[in-house]
Design a protein around this ligand. Sequence first.
Ligand code: GDP
Ligand code: IMO
Ligand code: MG
Length: 431
Amino acid sequence: MKKNIVILGTQWGDEGKGKIVDYISSDASYVVRYQGGHNAGHTLVVNEKKIILHLIPSGLLHQNTIGIIANGVVVSPAELIKEIKMLEKNNIFINKRVFISDASPLILQYHIEMDIAREKKLGINALGTTGRGIGPAYEDKIARRALRIGDLKNEKNLSTRLEKIVHYYNHQLVNFYQHKPIDYKIILRDLLPTIDVIHDMIQDTTNILHKAIKDKKKIVFEGAQGSFLDIDHGTYPYVTSSNSTVGGVITGTGVGPKDLDYILGITKAYSTRVGYGPFPTEVFDDKDRHFSNKGHEFGSTTGRKRRTGWLDAVSLCRAVKINSLSSLCITKLDVLDGLDEIKICVAYKNIDTLEIISFPDINEWEKIVPIYKSYPGWTKKTLGAKKMEDLPYEAHHYINSIEEITQTPVDIISTGPERSDIILIKDVFEC
Ligand code: GDP
Ligand code: IMO
Ligand code: MG
């Protein structure tokens, strides 16, 4: 029996991770966020009620799960409290059910101002960040100047350190970015009341997880973003600032690789990307309208329209390898309902040399064109299907083809936004 399951995105984020984490967590004791921050937007739909989570792990709708925000996550205390309040308004109480690592770096106002100022200065070369201060917060971590959650416990030191950091940021904000300066006293004023709320959640989460593993508890590790937004393996520089691939679990929690039993890659039946950067299978016009309207492809965090495209099996095969995927979960199959033809990109070709490229380097992305294989579409509705037998022949063929191309089994298919719109081919804890 599997105990510890990683669920992560294999594309450019928004694959439907939240829905699958929520579904699988009904059986778990712990659900763990290990990287990213409130740039994530994970949507859960239960009995037609929609909840979007940014920082709180997506398994917390189940009363018996404990949420961990581990050391790899960058945490905005203000956003965390906003989310806790939102959940309480929805009668979901997480008191004593969420623990935050003392080593998680903080996101404070100066990170957000810096993120916004940088994007503005980049102009047409902007990355299209979520503007949540993610990049600057991870920079502080790597530069060893970050204030961390544990520092909130020492208020006297906090003020002195905050003053120094704000001084450092103001120098850049004012002189280089011609941005307004920040007053550290205002940041401190807003931060102090948040400490009371989160004080008791601050823990050595690595230790909690080691104990859970020893006690043979089931743990779900919830990825944010997707494999090609990974800082090392993504389409750099159009990436986020953390490791959204499987390595992020190890460094982001302190749980070693031998304790990860099963790694599930979430893949939309087509592709989307929000923000700028390479997207070889991008479509426009009527196909984009189809994906966009039927799939409601608007960002869960920023509301931006997502770019859409066909499934890219070249990058998916790469995601299988860089994450050591055990299996795939195909989401949003229902969005393909009604298409005459469905395409999968099976190779990339360099338009200058006409060579087939296995995976482009940084400078090659602009020169590649996708080579497609075409599949017949279906007219029968798959929305809400709960058994393989409910799917039309062509949908079986499409799923089988993805398995064949990626040499990876598809263990779960999602057929609608609702928690119950799902085909469980294998029970991931049992297989
Ligand atoms: P995440 O960031 O990976 O958790 O994904 P998001 O929540 O940002 O985006 C996925 C969107 O697709 C959300 O609006 C979900 O409610 C929705 N969704 C998830 N699975 C399915 C599915 O199988 N079919 C349809 N139609 N919508 C889905
Ligand atoms: P979930 O977890 C989709 C994208 C941004 C931008 C780039 C860098 O919901 O899948 P950042 O603010 O992280 O510095 O932005 O990454 N991005 C996401 N795209 N889903 C996400 O999260 C994303 N988080 C960041 O749009 O292109
Ligand atoms: Mg999302």
